[in-house]
Design a protein around this ligand. Sequence first.
Ligand code: GLU
Ligand code: ZN
Length: 504
Amino acid sequence: MHIRDRYAPSPTGLQHIGGARTALFNYLFAHSKEARGSDGSEKSAFILRLEDTDRARSDSSFVQNLYDTFAWLGIRWDEGPDVGGMYAPYIQSERFELYKRYALELIAADKAYYCFCPLERLEKIRREREEAHSGETGYDRHCRSIPKGEAAKRAADGEPFVIRLKIPLDATTVFHDRLLGPIEWKNVDVNPDPVLLKSDGFPTYHLANVTDDHLMGITHVLRAQEWLPSTPIHAILYDSFGWTPPEFCHLPMVMGQDGKKLSKRHGATSIDEFRRQGYLSEALVNYVALLGASYEEGTDIYTLEELAGHFSLDKLNKAPAVFDYKKLAWYNASYIRVKTNGELAERALPFAVEAGVFGESGTEPDTEQKRVFVEAMSLVKERVNFLSEIPAKTAYLFSEPAPPPASEFFPKKADIRQTIALLTLGKGLVAPMAAMSDTDAEAFVKAEAEKAGVKLGDMLMPLRVAITGARVSPPLFGSLRLLGAETSMLRVEKALARLQICGS
Ligand code: GLU
Ligand code: ZN
């Protein structure tokens, strides 16, 4: 089947999980098995369209954020404002003339009408109904009965107007949702005669969205469930134009674990924030793709391509998806573990540069520091869940850690004199260890501890603190190798000198 679907955000805010989920599902669907021709070719397309009809709330910084976000996530569209395409322009504010033409076409076909009601009148009926507790809402269809000729003349004479959709009364609108099944709305329950074209000539969401989906050949509308109440209006609009509607699929809501709509209270929601907190884009994409969808049992880690291969609208769940930050952190950690040192270093480097690991904040590493940083990834890979944890875990390899208080050096039950003795013993092992593999170093220190009649852990504790600045640290042997014998010795000597002053 030939699929054309789209992500149609309004650039009125930062891109968040909900938007990323909608975009990702559209991307996956357009790259799914269903989207391939019988010859295996991909004729389908995923489209980006900017719905910036709300001029006051739209902002170019949000458009930039959108581009940055999806570049980072690795989600690309086949047609869009930045890449062009057969149906350009893909920005609604560049298509305003067109919407007006279509609105007038509906008037000509008697499917829409001019409304001249001033705002004060609309305000007044709203207030009156409220006071009367009538339960009625929306427009009272006041201008629907103005004779067509008269209305056309008033509009031509320059009287301000909006254009409203003439919702057929006494009818029922039925549309099929791929996930939710058939949905029926009595037309009297649909918002009475929504505005299509505003008094300033700008289209509303309904008109621009339906017109563009039709003109751009959109076959499937996958969007968040919050748009479901708009769909009867859209179905009536398609019908009024005599157009075949696309297939609709409203995606389940994304909730926090308390069952409320996902929001700031639950944690990060903007994609920028996840990025700054040290998430890998692959982990986020993988996790979000599984939100509200069930794939093969037992497998969790998928690339974008694999996800597309598995994706099917039939695998979507109707129930709301629960966003689980712990699960996402697990994905992130899993992705970190399987990266090569080079890959991981590349992702972690901006965090280290900003944290000032190589000098002042913002200082890039020199060639040698870069080499060490790459190697250091094997020391931290198993110990972090987020890229943002890597600077603090590697800083000791690039600058001397702040001297810890003497007591930090003490192995359990040891006093300062014993600690000094143990560290002196350790000092003698530093140079050979720095030249050994992990396995050799381990065998070597075990034998030395035995020879000296001390516990291995006791011998290594003060050494570890002297080298890394902390009792809990990345592996000691690897640290010694990366720091080299000379730097390591200096650190041990300094620590010994300090301990001796404390102990005397
Ligand atoms: N502009 C709408 C939004 O901000 C588009 C909804 C739809 O996909 O129809 O999400
Ligand atoms: Zn009116």
